[in-house]
Write a protein that binds this ligand. Sequence first.
Ligand code: AMP
Length: 113
Amino acid sequence: MEDCLFCKIAAGQVPSDKVYEDDTVYAFRDINPQAPIHVLLIPKQHIASSADITAENSGVVAHIFEVAAELAKQLDLKDGFRIVTNSGSLGCQSVLHLHFHLLSGRQLQDQMG
Ligand code: AMP
């Protein structure tokens, strides 16, 4: 989608610190990490947020979780990690392209909200 930052990152038009790529999924390090490991996993196709997941596009979401589990092994996150997605203004979503934060490398906070 035109003017979508994460579409441009997935297409290689904006530089990123890539950690994984296949035909449908792209993963890269967050530019403002909130933990020692902070990777963003995105579908290459434009889906605005988790509110826009449907029966037609949910396959790529399942695949993102398979990739996340594989990355967790590669990054040696055997002690645990967190996967978060923010949606909409109340959810503090700042980039309107579906993305999952993979966080680890330190003890994460107990509270989610
Ligand atoms: P959210 O606030 O859940 O929408 O998350 C958006 C995330 O994208 C934030 O953690 C930002 O630090 C991250 N971000 C924004 N621009 C870039 C970029 N060019 N490269 C990597 N991460 C970015």
